[in-house]
Design a protein around this ligand. Structure first.
Ligand SMILES: [Zn+2]
Length: 331
């Protein structure tokens, strides 16, 4: 388990991006420090503030006690003596991490590592695929221009990030492969090893309900509502066609006729497909489908217009895709 614990600590230090006080490490963390060798280094930080050695809850300012010693004033604990070791900090050698990641991914390009700023690096090209390492998935999602900066013709971009606390399915569209640091790499023999195939325990790789188009799966037959309990809602073929048609309209309000034409259905209006039949009253699936329609589709009754706001700003829709988009990896 030492290698696993060691890698978990590396991932945490990378995600945090700042030195940590040695006193805040768990006994398991401390036990793997010798294994980590050069990957983690003691650092010198400003010791005018320390994490209160008593409660470890507050950062408190450090004062001389007038007798050559030092104390901090914790808002909860009051004056607490600070030993020299209490301020000792450790940091991940991030240059080590980036170099070992290059080795793990087989990046041999002669160009070096580019610092793209704010915790994003271009590690190089692995078999013509540019690889980005980011401290934070959100950063890349919020700045798609980063991907365009490194994209090359004919190759997917690979983005390596620590796994955020909450993620749903595949965060990127086609042409971008997301690799989680914790699951796709590990610490081994003083270096880093890459798992070419995703671990089979990640349901997102096989789950057809994985949200790809906003809350919808690739085939629009499933959705996970933002306010829902995380359980995907399954739709009938007709319902999926309605959602796909609305998705292709990118949030634009339009008539029932146009939507139903796009969906290739005979019903008069989209809501027809989501009505709960008398015999289905109280059944969870039709109720959930009906509720999903109500949550996702906005109806302007007087004007007779329908729209789906979550589709606004959607990238080109990619209908009829099979599952596992962005999760396959070249062997
Ligand atoms: Zn305290």
């Amino acid at each position: 388990m030492a290698a696993h614990d060691a890698w978990a600590l590396i991932c945490r230090l990378f995600a945090g991006g700042t030195p940590v006080l040695r006193t805040t490490l768990s006994p398991r963390d401390v036990a793997v420090l010798p294994v980590l060798g050069k990957a983690v280094k003691p650092t010198v930080v400003d010791q005018s503030f320390v994490l209160c050695p008593h409660c470890q809850q507050h950062r408190a300012q450090v004062w001389g006690d007038g007798r050559g010693g030092r104390r901090c004033r914790c808002p909860d604990c009051g004056p607490v003596t600070v030993e020299a070791a209490d301020g000792a900090t450790l940091a991940l050698d991030e240059d080590w991490l980036r170099q070992k990641m290059r080795l793990a991914l087989g990046i041999e390009s002669r160009d070096g590592i580019d610092d793209l700023g704010d915790g994003v690096w271009r590690l190089g090209d692995a078999r013509r695929s540019p690889v980005l390492l980011s401290r934070d998935l959100t950063r890349v999602l919020q700045e798609p221009a980063l991907l365009e900066r490194v994209r090359v013709a004919g190759g997917d971009v690979r983005v390596v990030t620590p796994r955020p606390r909450t993620t749903r399915g595949a965060p990127f569209g086609a042409g971008v492969e997301w690799l989680t640091l914790e699951e796709r790499f590990t610490f081994y023999g003083g270096g880093i090893t890459f798992f070419a195939a995703p671990p089979s325990t990640i349901p997102a790789t096989v789950d057809p309900a994985t949200p790809v188009n906003g809350p919808f799966s690739a085939d629009f037959k499933w959705a996970k509502l933002p306010d829902g309990d995380g359980t995907p809602i399954r739709f009938t073929d007709g319902q999926a066609k309605v959602f796909e048609a609305l998705w292709s309209l990118k949030g634009e309000a339009t008539t029932a006729e146009r939507i139903m034409q796009r969906a290739g259905l005979d019903s008069a209006k989209p809501s027809d497909l989501f009505k709960i039949k008398t015999k289905d009253k109280g059944k969870p699936e039709p109720e959930a489908q009906h509720a999903a329609y109500g949550a996702l589709v906005v109806t302007q009754r007087r004007a007779g217009l329908y729209s789906m706001p979550c589709a606004a700003g959607a990238l080109a829709s990619s209908p009829h895709q099979t599952s596992g988009k962005g999760e396959t990896f070249m062997a």
